[in-house]
Design a protein around this ligand. Structure first.
Ligand code: UD1
Length: 424
């Protein structure tokens, strides 16, 4: 097993300096790969990040009968989808990648039946599938859970319906959208998620021939079409990776230019950093974050887009732990994300959690210690917290970080951090 070892002398002791390039969004690319299932023929998805999750999604599509060619580091995935698709997604693959639940909607649409294992994934909450299942039922599918599989059947094909989500779930919006685009008749998906990754999926579906109105809003109106065609599509930039890099100089000090970062996808986050004392300048091709001295604390409340992203909450908590003042962090999306707080406390953070609230009192510096990455974002946030610590921080189970960030340790080293991979 590999760990990341971070050596630092506290915040601002060794400021970061340089440019990082942000590629396609993991959370989009995986769903775009699933969407390709909707059209027989050869689809090409570009700007796909060079991470393990893409490889696993490729394996799942192969299991379903597709021919999949992943070319990295170019980031091109070619998917040849047969007329006759398999409809069973086995636990061995699904448990390695929660996002594989995204094949459920396309499989029900294409095969009129599907059996998809209940996923595992990050240790950040129960992550139910009730909204996915309720929506598919509303579209006419009969669904049951048996032997760890979600089994869906709709012999006559899906029929358009009006669907209301209890909460704007990203995964449920994607699955129901992909199910509805070829259902007979029209559908309305209300209280839909409107993350940039959903917009990206809508754009790909529209290029495939789908008819969707209200893209980017919380009400999506879909007019079902009989058949979709394969496409070439370029994945939207990863706003969470871009946001992560914005937090790097906030914790370590320095100036980092985030090439490819889309500032408008991070309005709230960049605004918070600026109001805390960071200097943010935007260019045509990205943005630059400069932090010369200790920032002021700011409160964070996570919410669906355009609210503060839950995936950046651990970085905000790490930053609050070394900022001036006290911050209240409220996690509304994933209940177990505060497992991270216990690891941060091992680095000397002064924090207290109560349910989904955390109070963080800033200290001048953290102190390096061995910690464990429980999920992608917590892992990356611990590495950045290590940069604001005195001494050596070892982040174990760093394979989680590699699932979301191509070459995270190497890119950090390129901009001046002392971060190396070590084998345990
Ligand atoms: C996606 C992202 C994840 C991000 C999250 C919120 C991927 C692969 N992952 O996850 O990085 O943190 O969006 O922006 O794209 N829920 C239910 N029932 C459901 C569906 C969801 O209770 O049927 C709950 C979940 O347990 C969670 C909350 O709703 O507490 C949000 O989940 P959702 O928006 O669906 O996130 P994911 O699609 O799993």
């Amino acid at each position: 097993m590999e760990s990341f070892q971070v050596t630092a002398a506290g915040p601002f002791a060794r400021p970061l300096e340089g440019t990082v390039r942000v590629g396609g969004a993991k959370n989009s690319a995986l769903k775009l790969m699933a969407a390709a299932l909707l059209a027989p023929g050869t689809s090409v998805i570009r700007n796909v990040p060079d991470i393990l999750d893409v490889t696993v999604m490729g394996q799942l599509l192969r299991q379903l009968g597709c021919t999949v060619d992943v070319v990295q580091p170019e980031g091109t995935v070619t998917i040849d989808v047969p007329e006759e698709l398999g409809w069973e997604a086995p636990y061995e693959l699904v448990r390695r990648l929660r996002a594989s639940i995204a094949v459920l909607g396309p499989l029900v649409a294409r095969c009129h039946r599907a059996s998809v294992a209940l996923p595992g994934g990050d240790a950040i909450g129960s992550r139910g599938l009730d909204m996915h299942m309720a929506g598919l039922r509303d579209l006419g599918a009969v669904i049951r859970v048996e032997h760890g599989q979600v089994v869906a059947e709709v012999p006559g094909g899906l029929v358009g319906a009006t669907l209301w989500l209890d909460f704007p779930s990203v995964g449920a919006t994607e699955n129901l959208l992909m199910a509805a685009v070829t259902a007979s008749g029209s559908s309305v998906l209300d209280n839909a998620a409107r993350e940039p990754e959903i917009v990206d999926l809508c754009r790909m579906l529209v290029s495939m021939g789908a008819r969707i109105d209200g893209i980017g809003s919380s009400t999506l109106s879909i007019e079902g079409v009989d058949r979709l065609r394969p496409v070439e599509h370029t994945t939207v930039t990863d706003r969470i990776v871009a946001g992560t890099w914005a937090f790097a100089p906030a914790l370590a000090g320095g100036t980092v230019t985030i090439e490819g970062g889309v500032a408008s996808h991070l309005d709230l986050v960049l605004d918070k950093l600026a109001s805390a004392g960071a200097l943010i300048t935007t260019q045509e091709t990205g943005f630059t974050v400069t932090v010369e001295s200790r920032l002021r604390s700011f409160d964070v409340v996570t919410l669906p887009f355009p609210g503060f992203p839950t995936d950046l909450q651990p970085f905000a908590m790490a930053l609050a732990s070394v900022s001036e003042g006290t911050a209240m962090i409220t996690e509304n999306v994933f209940e177990s994300r505060f497992m991270f707080a216990q690891e941060l406390a091992r680095l000397g953070a002064d924090l207290h959690t109560d349910g989904h609230h955390a109070v963080v009192r800033g200290v001048p510096t953290l102190s390096g210690a061995p910690v464990v990455a429980h999920d992608i974002r917590a892992g990356a946030a611990l590495v950045l917290a290590g940069l604001a610590s005195q001494g050596v921080t070892t982040v174990a189970e760093s394979h989680h970080i590699d699932r979301g960030y191509p070459r995270f340790a190497e890119v950090l080293a390129d901009i001046g951090a002392d971060v190396v991979r070590i084998s345990d």
